[in-house]
Design a binder for this molecule. Structure first.
Ligand SMILES: [Zn+2]
Length: 289
């Protein structure tokens, strides 16, 4: 599933392609999740913003909110012939379209009146469920280090102290934008066990987490996100794969030695993979405490 870094890279591609153009769209399927777009036909696209994993295409009075779900992606094409799983095409130049495809159809679109979504309340636009309050954005909401640690401690206090820290990181109402790949990466880099209950995290560990959350997000955005063979088919709007895959230190590295323990010169243990809450978790059994 595309997580914050992938969605941010897609946002930049959409903004570059659509901003200043009129919203000249064609439906490519009768997918029910695509709202009636007649109200925004040919309206100018003023920009594209993001909150967590949600994209906001600014169409003046309305935002078209797009969530990529498990397998949604946008790409540019010169022809609308033979597109599999295509749902929406937006013409951005002569014989050039931006197409939304979603083979598994877990993605989501909403047309929302802008005045109902003041900047501060974007978090009320949801991951498919109405009025679910999303937590602070894992990038923008964590820019200030000292404040971020306080914010994170507050978010954790609102949940059960017994909740495992990895589960808390995946909970979009706690923090918005982190998914399964980056949760393992953030916890590995912060040297925190994914199973540690949030109520038992020390202040130092929370500060470390607050530091690594935006750092991992930024590093992944710089690499244009993570594309995993077979697991996700994520591509940028320009059709490129994400190369953060090469920088993963824990996710997908089960059976390989822990690079941190190895750097310390110890006989390094191997990265383990376990299923935690129905999701794969990767961690080092020695140095993540
Ligand atoms: Zn280790």
């Amino acid at each position: 599933m595309p997580e914050l870094p992938e969605v941010e890279v897609v946002r930049r591609g959409l903004a570059k392609t659509l901003t200043g153009k009129s919203f000249d769209y064609t439906r490519l399927s009768n997918w029910k999740k695509l709202p009636d777009l007649a109200r925004v036909a040919d309206k100018p696209v003023l920009g594209v913003s993001r909150y967590g994993k949600n994209l906001f295409i600014d169409l003046g009075k309305y935002y078209l909110v797009s969530h990529l779900g498990m397998s949604g992606f946008y790409f540019k094409t010169d022809s609308l012939k033979g597109i599999k799983h295509g749902h929406l095409a937006v013409k951005y130049a002569n014989k050039k379209w931006l197409v939304y495809c979603d083979p598994r159809r877990f993605g989501n679109f909403k047309l929302v009146k802008k005045r109902l979504v003041p900047e501060i309340a974007k978090e009320r636009i949801t991951e498919g469920v109405d009025h679910l309050m999303l937590g602070p954005d894992a990038l923008v909401g964590f820019f200030n280090n000292r404040k971020a640690a306080i914010l994170l401690a507050e978010r954790f206090e609102e949940n059960s102290p017994k909740m495992a820290v990895k589960t808390a990181l995946l909970d979009q109402t706690c923090i918005s934008g982190i998914g399964n790949i980056y949760a393992s990466e953030i916890l590995f880099r912060a040297a925190i066990s994914p199973f540690k209950p949030i109520g038992e995290l020390t202040a130092k560990q929370i500060a470390k987490l607050a530091d690594f959350i935006p750092r991992v997000m930024l590093a992944a955005i710089e690499s244009k996100g993570t594309t995993i063979k077979g697991a996700n088919k994520y591509r940028t709007v320009g059709g490129k794969t994400g190369s953060f895959t090469n920088l993963l230190e824990a996710y997908g590295r089960d059976g390989q030695v822990c690079i941190r323990c190895k750097a310390l010169g110890k006989k390094a243990p191997k990265i383990k993979r376990v299923v935690q809450n129905q999701r794969a978790t990767y961690y080092c059994p020695r140095c993540q405490k």
